[in-house]
Design a protein around this ligand. Sequence first.
Ligand code: ITT
Length: 194
Amino acid sequence: MEFIFATNNLNKVKEINNALQGNYTICSLKDAGILIDIPEPYNTLEDNAREKAVTIYQMTGKNCFSEDTGLEVDALNGAPGVRSARYAGDQANSTDNMEKLLHELSASTNRNARFRTVICMILEGKKLFFEGICNGTILRERRGDEGFGYDPIFIPEGSLKTFAQMDTNEKNAFSHRKKALDKMITYLNSRYAR
Ligand code: ITT
């Protein structure tokens, strides 16, 4: 069974492919020849995930899913959250975003945070949502070169390494994205497994 994964983030594609291990096939927007950047104008991960999936479903009529992810920091009342990609400004890159976050948290001893992913799947025209959460802490400096986004400053609960010090397999043992995907796969297996 094939799904279009409505993302332009190739790191997400790599992680999802690693987690799927061949049971279901995904086709990225790039693979599908769809070269658009879908806006994420809403205030919740759910609404942005829905927007991305619905846009691609309307264009293709094919089964698809998207996900939106945010880093929610307790000492910042859940920020950057849904604004994680643009935390340091509309043109900001991951380094800018991490620097801003470390600066905002510099006086804080409460380093608790979580990554939250919401997947919106459109299956035979029906929308379904799956959430995955990974609790952890924010370091005071960056560590590691793997992964993407905020990975160098996030240590998941139960690990001594940041996500950026892990390969994809290790990250998937903890990650928000993998947890949301597992729920989606469980749903698909319950519906289609013979
Ligand atoms: P889409 O095409 O799927 O929308 P995106 O890169 O815009 O890709 P998001 O809006 O979901 O993805 O990402 C919000 C921000 O959170 C962005 O800055 C990412 O780098 C960061 N982020 C998302 N998942 C992450 C992860 O697993 N580890 C670290 N940072 C992550």
